[in-house]
Design a protein. Structure first.
Length: 145
């Protein structure tokens, strides 16, 4: 079994990936400042305007942050152009709040491979846990290689 953690993303091909391959691990430390920056990006994306005083709900900000982190994790195992290619997609399910001073870790593995039309696709599941090993989110990713 290949481990994507040991492969260079630029060398990953559809043929070199196997179901069960593990993705690298990524650890992030959330601060009030990082949450604030993602909150501002989420507000700007939703409204097209720069935020004034953001509300206390960080759910859109947390979603934005966690999708960014999942993309960063996937970039360690797959070429960025594949992650953003037509036929690729990411889907996030939030399960718990991410708080300032949380340390979150992302890990995952390949759960499937198939060919859909002109696309060779690899399906991955990414788990996002906090420092207490509580699952805060899951990301389902389809990568077109």
């Amino acid at each position: 079994m290949n481990e994507l953690a040991r492969l260079w993303a630029r060398n990953t091909t559809f043929e070199s990936v196997s179901v069960g391959d593990e993705l690298p691990i990524l650890v992030k430390w959330e601060t009030e400042e990082t949450i604030k920056k993602f909150r501002e990006l989420a507000i700007q994306e939703q409204t097209g305007e720069s935020p004034g005083t953001p509300d206390s709900d960080n759910t859109p900000a947390a979603c934005q942050a966690l999708i960014s982190y999942a993309t960063e994790l996937l970039e360690k195992g797959f070429p960025l152009e594949s992650i953003t290619a037509k036929g690729s997609r990411l889907s996030l399910v939030m399960l718990a709040e991410v708080l300032p001073e949380d340390t979150i870790s992302l890990s995952g593995h390949v759960v499937g491979k198939d060919t859909q039309g002109d696309f060779n696709q690899v399906q991955c599941m990414v788990r996002i846990e906090n420092q207490d090993n509580k699952l805060v989110a899951e990301v389902s990713a389809t990568i077109a290689l």
